[in-house]
Design a protein around this ligand. Structure first.
Ligand code: NAP
Ligand code: MG
Length: 462
């Protein structure tokens, strides 16, 4: 795979300050496919200076012109979609069809939505004798994970651009090639030098330097709760804006009267997609005791279909971590009904699609984010019991409710402590606010709510 050996700073690829590199590994066969530079605090500093210098010009650019640049960026992402999909498959391991349909396509939709929002958003309003301006927050430090490598970049960079902010991105060490492709797309779209900058590197080095840099006004982070807590604490100490999109342990609640076969099939697909590496995945299925055995049988059948279709996990560390959780589930007394801890192939970071029945709410596999193809099926006695179980984790990112009619499902969803709920199989909406209650994070991404994260108000009184 082609890789740049420098950082994209101030509109050009520039040599890294240090000599260290990061190996990029294909998790499907564990071969090294490229090397990228491991950035240091010096690279981060150069990138932040470039972003700061570009800020006044970009902030003063008319929204219609910012919209035109974001539309041009979307067009480059469309033109290069095959290359993007191929790169995500190579460094994340996602099956080619999933890379095309999701990893390459979703960022096009999100970039397109911000091209429209930049042009139509009311950056100015009258309130009584005041004019209130929505102004860019300033320089954004964006730190992204590997699980939806391009989507998570675009979900931060596109609204930041629309708002008039400038950006330094530190992508995940596992998926830097997708980030380099994105930097090429930014360049080709004619976005002015310094508005977007890329520093590849390790989290505790380049990521931490970016999060703590005094020249950064807002840190937007997606990843683990453990790292998110540290970033939130550092931002708090510096009185800096922060957005945290952290983990999840979402519930798929199937109420009596729902289409059970469909609810289970969609639920299993939701967990197995992207090899279970989705923060909003419905990893807990809640089924009424009267339908429990039937639901388990349906889930086993559905999981069986993923046997050879599922991709590997991102790396050997995640594979070991997920297998550890499966062993823990068995130890704590859950009933393994599909898959298991044994690696299904000799090479590659694969984990079998796994389903646990007889999972109780206090078990580790019902509480912690596993981030692998593992579904836990829990039993409830009545609606209040289902609600108590659904809300009984530290997380609150997403969820689903299935019922005989939408009104019943909505009434239940309104009582759930979570940021997004799909009603009777409702489709993903790239304009709806995405983000968590409780320890799933602070702030929202996507659509107009995602844009507002990158704006601050100034009011003038007349
Ligand atoms: P992570 O360490 O939180 O990684 C997320 C991003 O933060 C990466 O760019 C990472 O760099 C960076 N980072 C790491 N330590 C940092 C620090 N001290 N300061 C600033 N930035 C730092 O997550 P992970 O290790 O890749 O995955 C671990 C677990 O996190 C997963 O098993 C899963 O449960 C959860 N996770 C959640 C999401 C989500 O979408 N909410 C996404 C990914 C993972 P490096 O890539 O160099 O580590
Ligand atoms: Mg990490």
């Amino acid at each position: 795979m082609k890789a740049h050996d420098g950082m994209y700073i101030d509109g050009a690829w520039r040599p890294a300050a240090g000599r260290d590199t990061i190996e990029v590994v294909n998790p499907a066969d564990e071969q090294v496919i490229a090397h990228v530079p491991a950035g240091t605090a010096e690279d981060v500093d150069a990138a932040v200076r470039a972003a700061r210098a570009a800020l006044p010009g970009w902030a003063a650019t008319a929204p219609a012109e910012r919209a035109a640049r974001i539309a041009a960026l979307r067009d480059v992402l469309v033109a290069r979609k095959d290359e993007i999909a191929g790169t995500v498959t190579a460094e994340l391991g996602a099956p080619p069809s999933f890379s095309q349909a999701v990893h390459a396509r979703l960022p096009v939709e999100v970039a397109g939505s911000y091209a429209e929002l930049a042009a139509s958003y009311a950056f100015e309003e009258r309130i009584g004798n005041s004019t209130v301006y929505a102004e860019p927050v300033g320089v954004v430090g964006a730190i992204t994970p590997w699980n939806y490598p391009l989507h998570q970049i675009v979900a931060k960079v596109a609204p930041a651009l629309a708002a008039g902010c400038t950006i330094v991105l530190k992508p995940a060490e596992d998926t830097p090639l997708t980030a380099q492709l994105f930097a090429e797309a930014v360049h080709a779209a004619g976005i002015p030098a310094g508005v977007f900058n890329l520093v590849t590197g390790l989290g505790p080095v380049a990521g931490q330097a970016l999060a703590e840099h005094p020249g950064v006004d807002l840190v937007s982070f997606t990843g683990s709760t453990a790292v998110g807590k540290r970033i939130g604490a550092a931002a708090g100490a510096a009185v800096k804006r922060v957005a945290l999109e952290l983990g999840g342990k979402s519930a798929n609640v199937i109420l009596p009267g729902a289409d059970l076969a469909r609810a289970v099939a969609v639920g299993v697909a939701n967990v197995m997609g992207n090899s279970g590496q989705t923060c909003s995945a419905w990893t807990r299925m809640l089924v009424h005791t009267s339908q429990y055995d039937e639901a388990v049988a349906l889930a086993v059948e559905a999981a069986g279909k993923y046997g050879d279709r599922i991709g590997p996990l991102v790396n050997a560390r995640q594979q070991a971590r997920v297998r550890g959780y499966i062993e823990k589930g068995v130890e704590e007394g859950a009933r393994l009904v599909a898959g298991g801890p044994d690696a299904p192939r000799e090479t590659g970071c694969y984990v079998s699609p796994t389903v646990f029945a007889d999972v109780t709410p206090e078990m580790t596999i019902a509480q912690e984010e596993i981030f692998g193809p593992v579904l836990s099926i829990l039993r409830y006695e009545d609606e209040d019991d289902a609600l108590r179980i659904a809300n009984a984790t530290v997380y609150g990112l997403a969820g689903a409710v299935w019922a005989a009619d939408d009104a019943t499902a909505v009434a239940f969803a309104r009582r759930m402590d979570t940021g997004q709920v799909d009603i009777n199989g409702g489709r993903f909406n790239p304009l709806a606010p995405f983000g968590g209650h409780k320890q799933s994070g602070v702030g929202r991404e996507l659509g107009p709510h995602g844009l507002a994260e990158y704006l601050q108000t100034k009011s003038l009184q007349f």
